[in-house]
Design a binder for this molecule. Sequence first.
Ligand SMILES: Cc1cc2nc3c(=O)[nH]c(=O)nc-3n(C[C@H](O)[C@H](O)[C@H](O)COP(=O)(O)OP(=O)(O)OC[C@H]3O[C@@H](n4cnc5c(N)ncnc54)[C@H](O)[C@@H]3O)c2cc1C
Length: 447
Amino acid sequence: MNLRKLQVKFLVPFHRITIGNKAYKPHGDLLLDLEVVFCSVLKIRYDRFLFLMFILLILLIVMMPSKLVLIGGGHSHSVALLSWLHQSATLRHCPIADITLITPNAQTIYSGSVPGHLAGWWNQEACAVNVAALAEALGVKVVLDEAIGLDLAQQCIICRNHGAIGFEILSLDIGSTPQIPAMVSQRIIPMKPMGLLLNSLEPYLKLGLSETLPETRSMAIVGGGLGGVEVALSLKERLGNQLNLSLICRSQTIAPSQSKAIQTLLTQELKSQSIRVYFNTAVNSVQENTNGVNLILNSGEYSSNLSCDVSLWATQATSPQWIRDSGLRTDDRGFVLVDSTLRSVSHSNIFASGDIATIQTTPRPKAGVFAVRQGTIIGHNLRRSLANQSLQVFKAQSRYLNLISLGDRRAVANYGEFSITTKPIQPLLWHWKKTIDDSFVSGLNLR
Ligand SMILES: Cc1cc2nc3c(=O)[nH]c(=O)nc-3n(C[C@H](O)[C@H](O)[C@H](O)COP(=O)(O)OP(=O)(O)OC[C@H]3O[C@@H](n4cnc5c(N)ncnc54)[C@H](O)[C@@H]3O)c2cc1C
């Protein structure tokens, strides 16, 4: 009924108004007076003026740029931003104006280059991608913060320091983190995020140079996947006898996703570096004491303790609690379920790529190679989604190349069931890996 009143209120002066030299008496409010002034100046009838305003309003709404928010500057979003930069001439014709990137740090770490840095072959700079510079070059607003919540009903992201940030389209590329014990301790270091790992390991990388740390330290790496093994071999290469290193592996073999030949070779490498491997062993609980941590191990029938200064956790990848609580449909490990276009299966305005996404029909291991390949597709699909165009499909390959660093400027290669472990080839494989990783990092860093 309010609407009717409104109509009456407007219709009355509407009929009485005649534009020209004849006077009329509109309602006394300022707005109508202004409208009348406009009508007189433009020399158009009042009803036409209203129609014109209506069309202008519709045009404004249609032309208003959609608000796209990217959370996380991982491998996928970095590649997406770079692809936008390459197409920036075309981008001007696309309504892609209001974009925000939320990232805790201006720089993100490329995992492929991390083992070489830990082994001492290059510094941290060589592993870093300045994702903030990439975003800013495109006019993307950068918010240096961490998302801690997602309110799907209100379409906003809750950030730790910046409060709520609204979105119309959202893209997640926040990686994954290993499962770690609930207790907070500086002696429990997760393998990811990589930036945190490198900061936490900084004092250990300076062993021997440091006056505050004793000469020899002990470390346990929990998790016998590729990440754990590569980090173990790299740290041992750098620190030698200064580091007593143990690797705790839940299964009866290390790197279970790799071929038998790679597993055998990696086991021999760990042995030759005096890294003690606990097979078929799980960490039941962790106690912190003044000197370090005590890991309570469970090896089938018997339990034992392992004391060390610090423990590195490279256990099964998992997603943050705020994603699980968000209402987005996820898999049983809490990763966002997406279709083959990387769009959430439950929310059509939300996309996810990299480790945080699981493609419902073709799930794949959490590996950087998929995150990188999805980067181009997510960049393409976000633009097409803003323009209401059809989306491109990501074709997930079933086999992929793994170049595995052995720490001392050697590497081995694995592709499905095939592997190259021949000794004379190992330095060449290491150079090949370095070339690929270096060109990826330098390609993403703007000069
Ligand atoms: C030691 C090691 C070596 C590896 N080597 C290889 C390899 O050689 N090849 C390979 O294929 N895979 C490798 N992996 C796996 C690879 O690291 C991951 O699969 C890859 O990093 C996933 O990329 P991503 O784009 O999903 O996210 P990431 O590259 O992990 O980036 C996620 C980003 O999101 C940010 N972020 C996280 N949470 C939030 C939040 N709440 N708000 C805002 N931002 C957030 C993080 O700071 C980070 O910058 C390795 C892993 C490890 C541990």
